[in-house]
Design a protein around this ligand. Structure first.
Ligand code: FO1
Length: 418
Protein backbone atom coordinates (compact mmCIF):
# COMPACT_ATOMS: atom_id res chain seq x y z
CA UNK A 1 0.00 0.00 0.00
CA UNK A 2 2.57 2.54 1.11
CA UNK A 3 4.96 1.52 -1.64
CA UNK A 4 2.31 2.31 -4.22
CA UNK A 5 1.66 5.57 -2.48
CA UNK A 6 5.28 6.64 -2.86
CA UNK A 7 5.69 6.17 -6.58
CA UNK A 8 3.70 8.01 -9.24
CA UNK A 9 0.70 6.00 -10.39
CA UNK A 10 -1.41 6.39 -13.53
CA UNK A 11 -3.90 8.37 -11.44
CA UNK A 12 -1.21 10.71 -10.22
CA UNK A 13 -0.08 11.20 -13.78
CA UNK A 14 -3.67 12.01 -14.69
CA UNK A 15 -3.78 14.55 -11.87
CA UNK A 16 -0.57 16.06 -13.21
CA UNK A 17 -2.16 16.89 -16.57
CA UNK A 18 -2.00 20.61 -17.33
CA UNK A 19 -4.98 22.37 -15.82
CA UNK A 20 -4.56 25.46 -17.99
CA UNK A 21 -4.95 25.70 -21.75
CA UNK A 22 -2.64 27.70 -24.00
CA UNK A 23 -4.39 30.98 -23.32
CA UNK A 24 -4.10 30.44 -19.59
CA UNK A 25 -7.78 29.69 -19.02
CA UNK A 26 -8.30 26.97 -16.38
CA UNK A 27 -9.29 23.64 -17.87
CA UNK A 28 -12.02 21.90 -15.92
CA UNK A 29 -10.81 18.50 -14.75
CA UNK A 30 -12.71 15.74 -16.50
CA UNK A 31 -14.33 13.50 -13.88
CA UNK A 32 -14.89 10.70 -16.41
CA UNK A 33 -11.26 10.63 -17.42
CA UNK A 34 -9.90 10.55 -13.89
CA UNK A 35 -12.52 7.97 -12.88
CA UNK A 36 -11.25 5.46 -15.39
CA UNK A 37 -7.61 6.02 -14.55
CA UNK A 38 -7.70 5.90 -10.76
CA UNK A 39 -5.04 3.66 -9.27
CA UNK A 40 -4.17 5.43 -6.03
CA UNK A 41 -3.66 3.10 -3.05
CA UNK A 42 -7.14 3.41 -1.64
CA UNK A 43 -8.99 3.38 -4.96
CA UNK A 44 -11.70 0.84 -5.61
CA UNK A 45 -12.56 0.09 -1.99
CA UNK A 46 -15.95 1.73 -2.02
CA UNK A 47 -17.91 -1.48 -1.51
CA UNK A 48 -19.78 -0.01 1.47
CA UNK A 49 -21.69 2.35 -0.79
CA UNK A 50 -23.69 -0.56 -2.21
CA UNK A 51 -26.76 -2.02 -0.49
CA UNK A 52 -25.95 -4.61 2.15
CA UNK A 53 -25.84 -8.09 0.57
CA UNK A 54 -29.15 -9.87 0.95
CA UNK A 55 -30.98 -6.76 2.16
CA UNK A 56 -31.50 -5.06 -1.18
CA UNK A 57 -35.26 -5.68 -1.15
CA UNK A 58 -35.80 -3.97 2.19
CA UNK A 59 -35.99 -0.47 0.81
CA UNK A 60 -37.27 -1.38 -2.65
CA UNK A 61 -40.00 1.24 -2.67
CA UNK A 62 -37.51 3.91 -1.62
CA UNK A 63 -34.75 3.01 -4.05
CA UNK A 64 -35.79 5.39 -6.84
CA UNK A 65 -36.20 8.43 -4.62
CA UNK A 66 -33.88 11.42 -4.84
CA UNK A 67 -32.49 12.50 -1.51
CA UNK A 68 -30.46 15.61 -0.73
CA UNK A 69 -28.73 15.89 2.62
CA UNK A 70 -27.21 18.74 4.58
CA UNK A 71 -24.31 17.47 6.63
CA UNK A 72 -21.08 18.00 8.45
CA UNK A 73 -18.96 16.02 10.88
CA UNK A 74 -19.09 12.38 11.87
CA UNK A 75 -22.88 12.16 12.47
CA UNK A 76 -23.50 13.60 9.03
CA UNK A 77 -21.13 11.19 7.32
CA UNK A 78 -22.69 8.16 9.04
CA UNK A 79 -26.20 9.27 8.08
CA UNK A 80 -25.18 9.77 4.45
CA UNK A 81 -23.62 6.32 4.44
CA UNK A 82 -26.92 4.91 5.70
CA UNK A 83 -28.87 6.71 2.97
CA UNK A 84 -26.45 5.59 0.28
CA UNK A 85 -26.94 2.01 1.46
CA UNK A 86 -30.73 2.38 1.55
CA UNK A 87 -31.43 3.85 -1.88
CA UNK A 88 -29.79 4.10 -5.30
CA UNK A 89 -26.49 5.80 -4.40
CA UNK A 90 -26.43 7.99 -7.52
CA UNK A 91 -29.73 9.51 -6.32
CA UNK A 92 -28.05 10.86 -3.19
CA UNK A 93 -26.57 14.36 -3.05
CA UNK A 94 -24.64 15.33 0.06
CA UNK A 95 -24.36 19.09 0.52
CA UNK A 96 -21.46 19.42 2.91
CA UNK A 97 -20.38 22.16 5.32
CA UNK A 98 -17.12 23.89 4.49
CA UNK A 99 -17.22 26.43 7.35
CA UNK A 100 -14.58 24.34 9.14
CA UNK A 101 -12.15 24.41 6.20
CA UNK A 102 -8.72 25.61 7.17
CA UNK A 103 -5.26 26.29 5.80
CA UNK A 104 -2.37 24.74 7.72
CA UNK A 105 1.24 24.31 6.59
CA UNK A 106 0.12 25.98 3.35
CA UNK A 107 -2.37 23.16 2.69
CA UNK A 108 -6.09 23.66 2.01
CA UNK A 109 -7.95 21.24 4.29
CA UNK A 110 -11.69 20.50 4.01
CA UNK A 111 -12.34 18.19 6.97
CA UNK A 112 -16.09 17.68 6.52
CA UNK A 113 -15.83 16.99 2.78
CA UNK A 114 -13.02 14.54 3.49
CA UNK A 115 -14.90 12.83 6.32
CA UNK A 116 -17.88 12.21 4.03
CA UNK A 117 -15.62 11.11 1.16
CA UNK A 118 -13.54 8.74 3.29
CA UNK A 119 -16.68 7.33 4.93
CA UNK A 120 -18.41 6.58 1.62
CA UNK A 121 -15.17 5.13 0.27
CA UNK A 122 -15.03 2.79 3.29
CA UNK A 123 -11.59 4.03 4.32
CA UNK A 124 -12.44 6.29 7.27
CA UNK A 125 -10.79 5.66 10.61
CA UNK A 126 -14.06 4.64 12.28
CA UNK A 127 -12.71 4.98 15.80
CA UNK A 128 -11.62 8.61 15.42
CA UNK A 129 -14.39 9.42 12.93
CA UNK A 130 -11.97 11.44 10.77
CA UNK A 131 -8.81 10.70 8.78
CA UNK A 132 -7.86 7.46 7.12
CA UNK A 133 -7.65 3.96 8.41
CA UNK A 134 -4.21 2.35 7.99
CA UNK A 135 -2.63 5.78 8.20
CA UNK A 136 1.01 6.58 9.01
CA UNK A 137 2.20 9.71 10.80
CA UNK A 138 5.79 10.24 9.68
CA UNK A 139 5.27 13.85 8.59
CA UNK A 140 3.63 14.87 11.90
CA UNK A 141 6.24 13.02 13.97
CA UNK A 142 9.04 14.70 12.03
CA UNK A 143 7.34 18.09 12.31
CA UNK A 144 7.14 17.58 16.08
CA UNK A 145 10.92 17.15 16.15
CA UNK A 146 11.21 20.70 14.78
CA UNK A 147 8.67 21.93 17.35
CA UNK A 148 6.37 22.65 14.41
CA UNK A 149 2.61 23.04 14.80
CA UNK A 150 1.15 19.58 15.32
CA UNK A 151 -2.05 20.25 17.29
CA UNK A 152 -4.05 19.45 14.13
CA UNK A 153 -2.94 15.93 13.26
CA UNK A 154 -2.59 15.16 9.58
CA UNK A 155 -1.74 11.62 8.48
CA UNK A 156 0.70 11.04 5.63
CA UNK A 157 -1.86 9.87 3.06
CA UNK A 158 -4.29 12.54 4.18
CA UNK A 159 -1.55 15.15 3.59
CA UNK A 160 -1.16 13.90 0.02
CA UNK A 161 -4.87 14.54 -0.58
CA UNK A 162 -4.53 18.07 0.84
CA UNK A 163 -1.48 18.65 -1.38
CA UNK A 164 -3.50 17.53 -4.38
CA UNK A 165 -6.44 19.79 -3.44
CA UNK A 166 -4.17 22.78 -2.80
CA UNK A 167 -2.34 22.31 -6.08
CA UNK A 168 -5.59 22.01 -8.03
CA UNK A 169 -7.03 25.12 -6.35
CA UNK A 170 -3.85 27.05 -7.19
CA UNK A 171 -4.24 25.97 -10.81
CA UNK A 172 -7.76 27.40 -10.94
CA UNK A 173 -9.97 24.36 -10.28
CA UNK A 174 -12.93 24.88 -7.96
CA UNK A 175 -13.52 23.00 -4.71
CA UNK A 176 -16.54 21.25 -6.23
CA UNK A 177 -14.54 20.15 -9.28
CA UNK A 178 -11.79 18.77 -7.05
CA UNK A 179 -14.36 17.03 -4.83
CA UNK A 180 -15.91 15.44 -7.90
CA UNK A 181 -12.50 14.27 -9.12
CA UNK A 182 -11.80 12.71 -5.72
CA UNK A 183 -15.23 11.01 -5.66
CA UNK A 184 -14.51 9.48 -9.04
CA UNK A 185 -11.10 8.38 -7.84
CA UNK A 186 -12.62 6.59 -4.84
CA UNK A 187 -15.45 5.05 -6.89
CA UNK A 188 -18.14 7.01 -5.06
CA UNK A 189 -21.32 7.28 -7.11
CA UNK A 190 -23.23 9.50 -4.67
CA UNK A 191 -22.76 13.22 -5.31
CA UNK A 192 -20.71 15.07 -2.72
CA UNK A 193 -20.93 18.85 -3.08
CA UNK A 194 -19.35 21.56 -0.99
CA UNK A 195 -21.98 24.08 0.15
CA UNK A 196 -20.09 26.77 -1.78
CA UNK A 197 -16.95 27.15 -3.86
CA UNK A 198 -16.35 30.47 -2.11
CA UNK A 199 -14.74 30.49 1.32
CA UNK A 200 -17.09 30.76 4.29
CA UNK A 201 -15.39 30.49 7.69
CA UNK A 202 -17.12 29.68 10.96
CA UNK A 203 -15.66 32.05 13.55
CA UNK A 204 -16.27 31.85 17.28
CA UNK A 205 -15.97 34.58 19.90
CA UNK A 206 -14.75 33.35 23.27
CA UNK A 207 -16.98 34.46 26.14
CA UNK A 208 -14.15 35.25 28.56
CA UNK A 209 -11.61 37.11 26.39
CA UNK A 210 -13.96 38.23 23.58
CA UNK A 211 -11.28 37.04 21.18
CA UNK A 212 -12.58 35.71 17.87
CA UNK A 213 -10.95 32.50 16.69
CA UNK A 214 -11.27 30.11 13.75
CA UNK A 215 -13.23 26.88 13.90
CA UNK A 216 -10.36 24.37 14.17
CA UNK A 217 -8.64 26.43 16.84
CA UNK A 218 -11.85 26.23 18.89
CA UNK A 219 -12.71 22.64 18.03
CA UNK A 220 -9.33 20.92 18.12
CA UNK A 221 -6.77 23.22 19.78
CA UNK A 222 -9.12 24.24 22.62
CA UNK A 223 -11.02 20.91 22.55
CA UNK A 224 -14.33 22.89 22.26
CA UNK A 225 -14.18 23.21 26.04
CA UNK A 226 -14.39 27.01 26.26
CA UNK A 227 -17.59 29.07 26.47
CA UNK A 228 -18.59 30.92 23.32
CA UNK A 229 -20.67 34.09 23.06
CA UNK A 230 -20.99 34.49 19.30
CA UNK A 231 -20.74 32.43 16.13
CA UNK A 232 -20.24 34.13 12.80
CA UNK A 233 -20.02 32.76 9.27
CA UNK A 234 -17.42 35.02 7.75
CA UNK A 235 -17.69 35.42 3.99
CA UNK A 236 -21.26 34.05 3.86
CA UNK A 237 -22.78 37.21 2.39
CA UNK A 238 -20.53 37.05 -0.67
CA UNK A 239 -20.89 33.30 -1.14
CA UNK A 240 -23.06 31.42 -3.59
CA UNK A 241 -24.16 27.81 -3.54
CA UNK A 242 -21.80 25.46 -5.37
CA UNK A 243 -22.98 24.15 -8.77
CA UNK A 244 -25.69 21.53 -8.32
CA UNK A 245 -26.69 22.50 -4.78
CA UNK A 246 -29.86 24.45 -5.54
CA UNK A 247 -30.89 21.96 -8.22
CA UNK A 248 -30.39 19.07 -5.78
CA UNK A 249 -32.52 20.76 -3.11
CA UNK A 250 -35.35 21.69 -5.48
CA UNK A 251 -35.46 18.35 -7.31
CA UNK A 252 -35.09 16.13 -4.23
CA UNK A 253 -38.04 14.05 -3.07
CA UNK A 254 -36.67 14.32 0.46
CA UNK A 255 -34.17 16.65 2.14
CA UNK A 256 -32.47 15.22 5.19
CA UNK A 257 -30.83 17.51 7.75
CA UNK A 258 -28.36 15.05 9.23
CA UNK A 259 -27.67 14.66 12.96
CA UNK A 260 -24.83 17.16 12.71
CA UNK A 261 -24.10 20.10 15.00
CA UNK A 262 -26.68 22.79 14.06
CA UNK A 263 -24.37 25.75 14.79
CA UNK A 264 -21.14 24.30 13.41
CA UNK A 265 -22.36 22.17 10.49
CA UNK A 266 -25.90 23.03 9.36
CA UNK A 267 -26.32 26.78 9.97
CA UNK A 268 -23.09 27.55 8.04
CA UNK A 269 -24.75 25.87 5.03
CA UNK A 270 -27.93 27.92 5.58
CA UNK A 271 -25.83 31.10 5.76
CA UNK A 272 -25.14 30.84 2.00
CA UNK A 273 -27.70 33.36 0.66
CA UNK A 274 -29.18 31.34 -2.21
CA UNK A 275 -29.47 28.24 -0.02
CA UNK A 276 -31.24 30.34 2.62
CA UNK A 277 -33.90 31.38 0.12
CA UNK A 278 -34.99 27.72 0.11
CA UNK A 279 -34.09 26.81 3.69
CA UNK A 280 -34.01 30.02 5.72
CA UNK A 281 -31.97 30.05 8.88
CA UNK A 282 -34.07 31.18 11.84
CA UNK A 283 -31.44 33.88 12.24
CA UNK A 284 -31.92 35.20 8.73
CA UNK A 285 -32.33 38.96 8.85
CA UNK A 286 -30.32 39.41 12.03
CA UNK A 287 -26.85 40.77 11.37
CA UNK A 288 -27.03 39.29 7.86
CA UNK A 289 -28.07 35.96 9.34
CA UNK A 290 -24.54 35.33 10.47
CA UNK A 291 -24.23 36.29 14.11
CA UNK A 292 -25.52 34.40 17.09
CA UNK A 293 -25.54 35.74 20.58
CA UNK A 294 -26.52 34.33 23.96
CA UNK A 295 -30.06 35.56 23.36
CA UNK A 296 -30.48 33.42 20.24
CA UNK A 297 -33.15 31.37 22.04
CA UNK A 298 -35.46 34.33 22.51
CA UNK A 299 -34.84 35.37 18.92
CA UNK A 300 -36.12 32.00 17.73
CA UNK A 301 -39.19 32.27 19.97
CA UNK A 302 -40.00 35.57 18.28
CA UNK A 303 -39.65 33.94 14.82
CA UNK A 304 -38.13 36.91 13.05
CA UNK A 305 -40.39 38.49 10.43
CA UNK A 306 -37.70 38.14 7.75
CA UNK A 307 -37.48 34.44 8.37
CA UNK A 308 -41.28 34.04 8.32
CA UNK A 309 -41.34 35.85 5.01
CA UNK A 310 -38.91 33.37 3.47
CA UNK A 311 -40.48 30.11 4.63
CA UNK A 312 -40.96 27.84 1.63
CA UNK A 313 -43.86 25.45 2.38
CA UNK A 314 -43.01 23.03 -0.47
CA UNK A 315 -39.41 22.67 0.71
CA UNK A 316 -40.45 22.43 4.38
CA UNK A 317 -42.95 19.67 3.55
CA UNK A 318 -40.18 17.39 2.23
CA UNK A 319 -37.52 18.24 4.81
CA UNK A 320 -36.77 16.02 7.79
CA UNK A 321 -34.21 16.76 10.51
CA UNK A 322 -32.54 14.26 12.83
CA UNK A 323 -31.50 15.40 16.31
CA UNK A 324 -27.78 15.17 17.08
CA UNK A 325 -28.57 15.54 20.80
CA UNK A 326 -29.70 12.48 22.76
CA UNK A 327 -30.74 12.69 26.41
CA UNK A 328 -29.23 16.17 26.61
CA UNK A 329 -25.84 15.13 25.21
CA UNK A 330 -24.24 15.23 21.79
CA UNK A 331 -22.64 11.90 20.91
CA UNK A 332 -19.59 13.88 19.76
CA UNK A 333 -18.65 17.53 19.88
CA UNK A 334 -20.20 20.54 21.57
CA UNK A 335 -23.78 20.69 20.20
CA UNK A 336 -25.36 20.47 23.68
CA UNK A 337 -22.94 22.98 25.14
CA UNK A 338 -23.45 25.50 22.31
CA UNK A 339 -27.24 25.20 22.54
CA UNK A 340 -27.02 26.27 26.18
CA UNK A 341 -24.53 29.04 25.45
CA UNK A 342 -26.79 30.42 22.71
CA UNK A 343 -29.80 30.48 25.05
CA UNK A 344 -31.61 27.34 23.88
CA UNK A 345 -32.51 24.16 25.77
CA UNK A 346 -29.50 21.83 25.55
CA UNK A 347 -31.79 19.01 24.38
CA UNK A 348 -33.50 17.78 21.20
CA UNK A 349 -36.16 20.44 21.94
CA UNK A 350 -33.53 23.17 21.49
CA UNK A 351 -32.48 21.64 18.15
CA UNK A 352 -36.12 21.36 17.04
CA UNK A 353 -36.62 25.08 17.75
CA UNK A 354 -33.84 25.87 15.27
CA UNK A 355 -35.38 23.69 12.55
CA UNK A 356 -39.12 24.12 13.16
CA UNK A 357 -39.67 26.51 10.21
CA UNK A 358 -37.65 24.52 7.69
CA UNK A 359 -38.44 20.88 8.53
CA UNK A 360 -41.88 19.26 8.79
CA UNK A 361 -40.54 16.11 10.48
CA UNK A 362 -38.13 15.87 13.40
CA UNK A 363 -36.57 12.60 14.50
CA UNK A 364 -35.52 12.08 18.10
CA UNK A 365 -33.91 9.14 19.83
CA UNK A 366 -36.05 6.66 21.79
CA UNK A 367 -34.32 7.89 24.97
CA UNK A 368 -36.04 11.24 24.41
CA UNK A 369 -39.58 9.93 23.91
CA UNK A 370 -40.86 12.26 26.63
CA UNK A 371 -39.95 15.28 24.44
CA UNK A 372 -42.22 14.19 21.56
CA UNK A 373 -45.27 16.20 22.64
CA UNK A 374 -43.32 19.40 23.18
CA UNK A 375 -41.76 19.09 19.72
CA UNK A 376 -45.10 18.34 18.04
CA UNK A 377 -46.50 21.48 19.70
CA UNK A 378 -44.02 23.41 17.51
CA UNK A 379 -45.89 22.16 14.42
CA UNK A 380 -43.55 19.33 13.44
CA UNK A 381 -44.29 15.62 13.15
CA UNK A 382 -42.00 13.99 15.69
CA UNK A 383 -40.81 10.44 15.09
CA UNK A 384 -39.03 8.39 17.75
CA UNK A 385 -36.29 6.06 16.47
CA UNK A 386 -32.96 4.54 17.39
CA UNK A 387 -30.70 7.34 16.17
CA UNK A 388 -27.41 5.93 17.47
CA UNK A 389 -25.46 4.77 14.41
CA UNK A 390 -23.00 2.16 15.61
CA UNK A 391 -22.46 0.43 12.28
CA UNK A 392 -23.57 0.48 8.67
CA UNK A 393 -26.74 -1.47 9.39
CA UNK A 394 -28.00 0.90 12.09
CA UNK A 395 -27.18 3.88 9.83
CA UNK A 396 -29.16 2.26 7.06
CA UNK A 397 -32.13 1.49 9.32
CA UNK A 398 -32.21 5.10 10.52
CA UNK A 399 -31.97 6.29 6.91
CA UNK A 400 -34.94 4.14 5.89
CA UNK A 401 -37.07 5.35 8.83
CA UNK A 402 -36.09 8.96 8.14
CA UNK A 403 -36.93 8.82 4.43
CA UNK A 404 -40.20 6.95 5.06
CA UNK A 405 -41.26 9.52 7.67
CA UNK A 406 -40.56 12.36 5.25
CA UNK A 407 -42.48 10.73 2.42
CA UNK A 408 -45.43 10.03 4.69
CA UNK A 409 -45.49 13.60 6.03
CA UNK A 410 -45.16 15.01 2.53
CA UNK A 411 -48.07 12.97 1.17
CA UNK A 412 -50.31 13.92 4.10
CA UNK A 413 -49.43 17.61 3.52
CA UNK A 414 -50.34 17.27 -0.16
CA UNK A 415 -53.69 15.63 0.72
CA UNK A 416 -54.35 18.32 3.27
CA UNK A 417 -53.68 21.08 0.74
CA UNK A 418 -55.90 19.38 -1.83
N1 FO1 B 1 -10.04 16.35 14.99
C1 FO1 B 1 -9.38 16.34 16.15
O1 FO1 B 1 -10.01 16.30 17.20
N2 FO1 B 1 -8.00 16.41 16.18
C2 FO1 B 1 -7.26 16.44 15.05
O2 FO1 B 1 -6.03 16.51 15.12
C3 FO1 B 1 -7.95 16.42 13.79
C4 FO1 B 1 -7.28 16.41 12.58
C5 FO1 B 1 -8.01 16.28 11.39
C6 FO1 B 1 -7.33 16.18 10.18
C7 FO1 B 1 -8.05 16.07 9.00
C8 FO1 B 1 -9.44 16.04 9.03
O3 FO1 B 1 -10.12 15.90 7.88
C9 FO1 B 1 -10.12 16.13 10.23
C10 FO1 B 1 -9.42 16.26 11.42
N3 FO1 B 1 -10.08 16.35 12.64
C11 FO1 B 1 -9.38 16.37 13.81
C12 FO1 B 1 -11.54 16.40 12.68
C13 FO1 B 1 -12.09 17.81 12.48
O4 FO1 B 1 -11.49 18.77 13.27
C14 FO1 B 1 -13.58 17.88 12.85
O5 FO1 B 1 -14.16 16.62 12.90
C15 FO1 B 1 -14.40 18.63 11.90
O6 FO1 B 1 -13.81 19.76 11.40
C16 FO1 B 1 -15.75 18.97 12.51
O7 FO1 B 1 -16.71 18.48 11.73
Amino acid sequence: MIENWNKPTPAQSAFAEPLFNRVGKPIRPSPVKTATSTQLPYAGVATSVRPLPGKEGLSENLAGLKVATLAGGVGGAKMIQGIVNAIESSNVTAIVNTGDDTVLHGLCISPDLDTVTYTLAGIIDREKGWGLTDESWTVMDTLAEFNGETWFRLGDKDIALHMFRTDMLNRGATLSEITSTLCNHFGITAHILPMSDKPVSTMLTLMDSEEEIGFQEYFVKLSHAVPVSRIRYSGAEASVAAPGVIEALTSADVIVICPSNPFLSILPILSVPDISTLLPSPFYGTDSGQIYSPNAGSLIEESTPTNQHHINPAIRAKTVAVSPVIAGKALRGPADRLLGEMGLEPTAVGVARIYKDIASVFIIDSQDIKLKEEIEAMGMTCLVANTIMEGIESSRNLAIETIRAAIQAKSSTIHYNE
